[in-house]
Design a protein around this ligand. Structure first.
Ligand code: E4P
Length: 217
């Protein structure tokens, strides 16, 4: 399973990347807003840090505009993946950009039917949004499972990039189902290390070690 970080926070990306935890990065207009940075400048900086795919999202709503923006975004660095929305125009842009040899991430996927269209349009990645499906009291994880089943039925090459991840459990469940990639905020990825029994065990070891009066170095 590949780990993408869902952020435009350069310091957080660098910290995780130094640990070998970053196979790629995803950004979106809301994350760019949160970073307070210029999209081209911050995306270039991220691409300098991370070797894997860095998704940068178009903002035009028509196919022509998306293609124009996508072609500009790919000039930032060779590892740019153009992110387009799962609309009819987004699919047209996906087809055009992927036919030109660019990586495309089709985002805002909320149904297996949409995921089929993304694969047919040549998407490198499709991004089903788990958390936002859960937010409307449906089952985001079931969406991942349905897409996995369909893609496997037909050997579609598009990778399932499980997105809108809000918890460690989302990551574990997406991994069990066989999502190719997860993208999660840095805090959720770092949260994976936490376990109450690890903390309790460590406390005990520290207390017992102090009683020995020994030192290793
Ligand atoms: C994915 O590429 C999106 O940037 C992201 O996962 C959306 O997550 P959210 O629903 O928490 O905003």
């Amino acid at each position: 399973m590949k780990f993408f970080v869902d952020t435009a926070d350069v310091a957080a990306i660098r910290e995780l990347n130094d640990l070998g935890m970053v196979d790629g990065v995803t950004t979106n207009p809301s994350l760019i807003l949160k970073s307070g940075r210029d999209i081209l400048e911050v995306t270039r900086e991220i691409c300098d840090i991370v070797e894997g795919p860095v998704s940068a999202e178009v903002v035009a709503s028509d196919a022509e505009g998306m293609i124009r923006e996508g072609k500009h975004l790919v000039t930032i660095a060779p590892n740019i993946t153009v992110k387009v929305p799962l609309t009819w125009d987004g699919l047209k842009a996906c087809k055009a950009l992927s036919s030109d040899g660019h990586k495309v991430n089709v985002t805002l996927c909320f149904s297996p039917a949409q995921a089929i269209l993304a694969a047919k349009a040549g998407a490198t990645f499709v991004s089903p949004f788990i958390g936002r499906v859960d937010d409307i009291n449906l089952d985001g994880m079931e969406l991942i499972a349905q897409i996995r089943e369909i893609y496997d039925n037909y050997d579609f090459e598009t990778e399932i990039l499980a997105a809108s991840i809000r918890s460690v459990n989302h990551i574990t469940e997406a991994a069990r189902i066989g999502a190719d990639v997860i993208t999660a905020p840095p805090a959720v990825i770092k949260g994976m290390v936490k376990h109450v029994l690890t903390d309790r065990g460590l406390e005990q070891f520290e207390a017992d070690w102090a009683k020995t009066g020994q030192k290793i170095v």
